[in-house]
Each structure stands twice: as C-alpha cells, then as structure tokens.
Design a protein around this ligand. Structure first.
Ligand SMILES: Nc1nc2c(ncn2[C@@H]2O[C@H](COP(=O)(O)OP(=O)(O)OP(=O)(O)O)[C@@H](O)[C@H]2O)c(=O)[nH]1
Ligand SMILES: [Mg+2]
Length: 230
C-alpha cells in the first residue's frame, strides 16, 4: 500500500471533546473531491460523526463536518468539505474550494472511470482554488471501497499510486469508509502535511520579525571579552 503514514496520532469527533470545548491550536480546511458515488460523504461522515450510511443519498452542492486531529502533541481542528460529485453541481463546487489547505481526491476502486476522472477534478481544483503557484499544495489520492472483493477492484493499486506520484500528489491510500480501513491514517497524513506547511510559515514569520528592526546586533565588546585569546 502506498501510504506514507507513520507515527502516532488519532482522530476524534468534535463532539467527543467535551461539548466542543477543545484546545485546538491549529485550524484547517480540507476539501474532498471525486465523482458521484465514490464514497466521499461516507468518508466524511465516518471521520466527523462515526456513522456509515449504506443507502446512497446524493450530495447537493456541498456539506461539511469537523473533527480533531491529535498529532505529536498538537491538536488541529479540521473542517472537511464534502462536495457533490454529480455533474449537475459542477458549477457550484468552486465556491467551496477557496481557503482549502489540502485536497483529498477520491475514486472508487471498482470504477476505472472514477479514477480517470481524477485528473479533471484536480485541474478544476487547481484553477478554482487559485493555487497554481503552489507546487507543494497537499493532494492525497484515496481509492475507496477496498472492502469489496478483489476481483471487482478494477483499478490496479500500483497504477493509482504511480498516477499520484507523477501528478504531484503526496500519497495514495486504499481505504474503506464502510470498514474504516485506513480512513484515520489517511486524514492524519493530510493533517501532517498541512501542519508542516503552517509551522514552516510560522517559522518564516518569526525570522522576518527578528530582522525587521535591522537584525540581530553582534556586540563586539562581548565577543572579545568572551575568553578568546586571539
Ligand atoms: N462497499 C462499500 N461501499 C461504500 C463505501 N463507501 C461508500 N459506499 C457506498 O457507496 C454509495 C455512495 O456513497 P456516498 O458517500 O454517498 O458517495 P458520494 O461520493 O458522496 O456521492 P455524491 O454525493 O453523489 O458525490 C453508498 O451506497 C455507500 O453506502 C465503502 O467503503 N465500501
Ligand atoms: Mg456525497
């Protein structure tokens, strides 16, 4: 499995954090994209509400939920946007993309068409979310429904993992929203990537602050009295 997830971490529902009183230092918005019926809503509902729905209810426009990711002592509040995969809602999606800090591209392992569609979903997101300049934007590819019989899984895992690599996506996961296979590991990986970027940005701001008044002044007298004999 081409999953890049390692290290400790856990996902909890917001409702499990004591009625919403949680101590999240970071907040992020993640958008979930993919064709109709690949299982986006089921993934989001499992992450945010610990519920699975067998009957298919088409998402109209978009919906969202939230959960908490606990990673290496840091808590991140994750708002997950579940968008509609059906073509008739295509024009509505872009309004929901803005401000996203990561994108989860979902296909159904039993549907080669849903895998082929990923290119279009990714391009549309890149255009509409205005991230053309951002080469490291975190995209994660998810092959959902891996609980279904192997003989029905028509998208070879290696092919999907290669596509992810060649198209600038950080990782590829096989998941099952139904059986909760890899779903938490996948989101933890997404959050890990987001936090890495947010922390790098914070460090850059700190450095800029340090130099904004002319930088650090090295006091010559201190240097010379510091026991150096030369
Ligand atoms: N076997 C299996 N079925 C799944 C899984 N995830 C979702 N499904 C089923 O697939 C169907 C579609 O799931 P949804 O989550 O509604 O799909 P969606 O991608 O949100 O679809 P749109 O809202 O139309 O874009 C439902 O009948 C689900 O029960 C899974 O991991 N395994
Ligand atoms: Mg849906």
């Amino acid at each position: 499995m081409a999953a890049a997830s390692t290290g400790a971490g856990r996902i909890t529902a917001v409702e499990d954090s004591g009625g919403g009183s949680f101590d999240a230092k970071y907040h992020t918005k993640v958008t979930v994209l993919g064709s109709a019926a690949v299982g986006k809503t089921c993934l989001v509902r499992q992450l945010c509400f610990k519920k699975y729905q067998e009957t298919y209810k088409v998402t109209l426009g978009a919906d969202f939920g939230a959960c908490l990711a606990h990673l290496d002592g840091t808590v991140c509040h994750v708002q997950i946007w579940d968008t509609a995969g059906h073509e008739r809602f295509n024009s509505m999606g872009p309004a929901f993309y803005r401000g996203s800090q990561a994108c989860i591209l979902v296909y159904d392992v039993t549907s080669p068409k849903s895998f082929e569609d990923l290119r279009e979903w990714k391009e549309s997101f890149e255009e509409q979310a205005d991230i053309a300049e951002d080469e490291d934007f975190p995209f994660i590819v998810v092959g959902n429904k891996c609980d279904l019989p192997k003989e029905d899984q028509l998208v070879p895992e290696a092919k999907a993992a290669r596509w992810a690599r060649e198209n600038g996506c950080a990782a590829h996961f096989l998941c099952s929203a139904k059986e909760m296979t890899n779903v938490h590991a996948m989101l933890l990986d997404v959050v890990r990537l987001v936090l890495k970027r947010l922390k790098a940005r914070e460090a850059a701001v700190d450095t800029a602050d340090m130099f904004k008044d002319g930088g650090i002044k090295i006091d010559e007298t201190v240097d010379k009295s510091d026991g150096c004999a030369c």
